[in-house]
Every structure is written in C-alpha cells, then in structure tokens.
Design a protein around this ligand. Structure first.
Ligand code: ADP
Ligand code: GN1
Ligand code: MG
Length: 375
C-alpha cells in the first residue's frame, strides 16, 4: 500500500511534503515522512514490520511501549532529554500502536529524532567510545526492569546451539542445491561448533544471569548527534528480550570494531581494529562494571567471536535456504556476508590474547574483581 495513504491513519497534523525510504537494516522497511503544519516542518519514521521474522507484531509493540515508557521515566528522573533519549511511539487515530492494513501488513510510527544520524562504519574511534557509553547505559537503565513483563519476540534468537542444529538440518535438506558450493565455509563453522554452546550453557547452568538485552547492538542502531557526535538514542528495539549481555557486547564489537562493513567482498580489508575495540570496551565497562558479574566480564572477548560466528552461520544458512530471511541486493549477498564474518572470526582468533588483555586492563583498578574474574 502507498505510504502516503497509510500516514493519514496516524495521529498527526499537517500536509506530507516528502517520503523517503531509508535503506539500512536487513529486516524491516523504514521511511522518513516529512510533514508541514502551520509553517512548521516535522519528520516521522514509519516502518513496515517484517511479519515473517516478527510473527506477533502486537506483542512486539507492547514490549516497545513498555520499555520506552520505562526508559522515559528514568530519563525524566535524571533530568535528561526525554524527547531524544529514547523512541516515542505515535499512535493511530484509533489509539493503537500499530496499523494493520486490509492486506495484513503492519506499520508503526515513531517521532523522528532530529539532528541525529546512524552510521554503518565510524571513521573516528571516539564515536565508537560514545556508542559504548550508550549500550552500557542501556544495561544500567534496564537493570531493574521486570523481566517477566517482557515477551520473547523471536524465540531462541541467540540460542546459538539451536541455530547450529537447525543449520545442520538445512545442510542435509539442501533445498536449493547450494551446499556443494559452500563446503569450506560449512567445515570452518563445524570445526568451531563447541564455541557456539558456550554462552547458552553458561545461561542454562545459571553461571551467568539473564538480563534485559537489546539483542541487535549494531552501531547503526544508535543515533549519534550531528553536532557533538554523542550517542543519544538506542533504537531498533524489536528484539529487546531476556538474554545475555555477552551477545550485546560482542555484536557491538563485531559491527563497530571491524575495519570493513559486513558485506564487503574484499576480505583483505576485514580485520578488527584494536584501538576501536579498546575504546568501546573502556566505555562499556565504565558503565557496567558494577553490574556485570566476573564471569560475564571474563567471557566478553570470547562473546565477540561467538556472535560473529553465529551471524556468519545465519547468513550462510539463509543462503543455503534460498535467501528467505535477510534482505538481499543480489544472488550471493548472503554468501558474501557469511565469508566476510568468517574472516572476522579468524582475525579475532589471531588477536584474542590482546582482546583479553584489554578487558583485564580496564578492570585492573579493582584487584579483587580481577582475581575473581581471571582465576
Ligand atoms: P531496521 O530494523 O530495519 O534495522 P531501524 O529501526 O534500525 O530498522 O531503522 C533504520 C534506520 O532508520 C536507522 O539506522 C536510523 O538511521 C533511522 N531511524 C530509525 N528510527 C529513527 C528515529 N526515530 N529517528 C531518526 N532516525 C531513525
Ligand atoms: C538484522 O534489522 P537489522 O538490520 O538491524 C538482524 C540481526 C543481525 C543483523 C546483521 C531481527 O538486523 O540479528 O545481526 O541484521 N535482525 C534480526 O546485519 O534478525
Ligand atoms: Mg536497525
């Protein structure tokens, strides 16, 4: 359905001046709507929810409303910017947080956060430092959020162990006859299959706690102020669910400390920049070191390898299944993404000692914690 027609269903005033598609993100469709009312120009975000991925859109929106209201309350109490510090859902004229069209499509609307942008790659490590503060604060703000009030929007989303067994089944079925072309990549993943169990086992054995986690902590899910480069708002809250903070730390490093974007075909360009890794880790630990447990802190570097391997496997799995999950621009897009992420895993393995030393260094002012963490 035409976006212009849909906008009329939401509770806002004015005349539409322009609608522009924002082509970042691999799942939903995002549009920026510019409206003029009494000579004032205002922007909104309208998004079509991918219901193949999120099959309970009302449940998902309930989570987002609850979490953003909780976040706003925190910002208000701390005298911070309530308008720009988190997303604000714009309701429909029928006071619903979601618009369902006659052909069963689902759309939602947010206030556009002005004077801010997201990046797929930073050319300044300080910006990644600022993202570390934002994702660290996310853990802090939601530390006491009642987890039983959160719905699981995608069950087993970061259950890397289950993802591995699904992957092995799909290899057997080989629905598109593509397995023969990706044997080396499959072997690479299987050789590391034990690693995919580490975080799931720690959670299952209650060695680390479930927390309210974001689960999609790419750097382009943080809006950065255009003037100050500060990280002002964590967005893309579709996957906020109970999970492990380890995946969130790892996913941010995977996307922000990589020297190339995740679908760069030139694998020579793909490695992890240790200066970026250091900046994010310092900022994130400054915010969370009193919350995270020693075991969580110990596994932060390993989590970077695990989430990168998990995502490589997800991209390869989607390629094997005929590209039904992630948006693709060309036939081997998922395969290129998988190869890129596998190269990043290899690079992280090479630099692993250094990654561990950096975590050690940032908690070294607390001798007791250091002992407990690394013994
Ligand atoms: P996806 O789930 O497809 O990744 P996102 O919610 O992350 O979708 O939105 C895609 C992009 O749109 C973001 O990276 C950001 O640049 C922009 N965006 C999303 N919401 C807002 C907002 N409220 N204000 C300003 N820009 C936004
Ligand atoms: C998807 O929606 P987006 O583009 O922020 C995916 C993440 C992946 C990411 C890889 C719900 O995130 O899990 O890490 O692509 N989101 C979902 O770029 O599957
Ligand atoms: Mg996003």
């Amino acid at each position: 359905m035409e976006i212009e027609k849909l906008v009329e269903n939401f509770n806002l005033k004015g005349k539409i001046i322009s609608i522009e598609e924002k082509r970042t993100g691999n799942i939903n469709n995002t549009y920026i709507v510019t409206v003029e009312h009494e000579k004032v120009i205002k922007k909104y975000i309208i998004q079509k929810i991918n219901t193949t991925v999120f099959n309970e859109p009302y449940v998902l929106m309930q989570n987002i409303e609850n979490v953003t209201n909780y976040y706003k309350n925190y910002l208000r109490i701390n005298n911070e910017d309530v308008e720009r510090g988190t997303l604000s859902v714009i309701k429909t004229k029928n006071n619903k947080n979601l618009l369902r069209t006659s052909n069963n499509e689902y759309y939602r609307m947010y206030n556009y956060i002005d004077n801010a942008v997201s990046y797929d790659k930073f050319d300044d490590a300080n910006m990644f430092y600022n993202v570390g503060i934002a994702y660290g604060r996310f853990v802090k703000v939601l530390d006491n959020y009642p987890m039983d009030k959160l719905n699981e929007t995608i069950p087993n989303f970061h259950n890397s162990k289950k993802r591995l067994s699904d992957f092995l089944k799909d290899i057997k079925n080989d629905p598109c006859d593509r397995v023969k072309d990706v044997l080396a990549e499959i072997v690479y993943i299987i050789q590391r299959s034990d690693e995919l169990s580490i975080i799931v086992d720690l959670l299952d054995n209650k060695e680390i706690p479930y927390r309210v986690t974001h689960n999609d902590t790419k750097i382009n899910n943080v809006l950065m102020d255009l003037n100050t480069n500060e990280a002002i708002c964590v967005i893309d809250l579709d996957t906020v669910m109970p999970g492990s903070a380890l995946y969130d730390f790892g996913d941010a490093i995977r996307s922000g400390a990589a020297t190339a974007i995740e679908d760069d075909k030139n694998l020579d360009q793909v490695t992890i920049d240790m200066e970026y890794y250091k900046c994010f880790t310092e900022a994130y630990l400054n915010e969370t070191k009193d919350i995270l447990t020693p075991i969580e802190i110990k596994y932060l570097p390993m989590a970077c390898r695990i989430i990168t391997l998990e995502l490589a496997m997800r991209f390869l799995n989607d390629y094997i299944n005929g590209d039904t999950y992630f948006k693709c621009d060309y036939e081997t897009h998922n395969l290129d993404r998988a190869r890129n992420q596998l190269k990043l895993v290899s690079e992280m393995e090479l630099k692993f000692d250094e990654m561990e030393n950096i975590v050690r260094k940032y908690i070294s002012n607390n001798e007791q914690q250091l002992k407990k963490t690394f013994n």
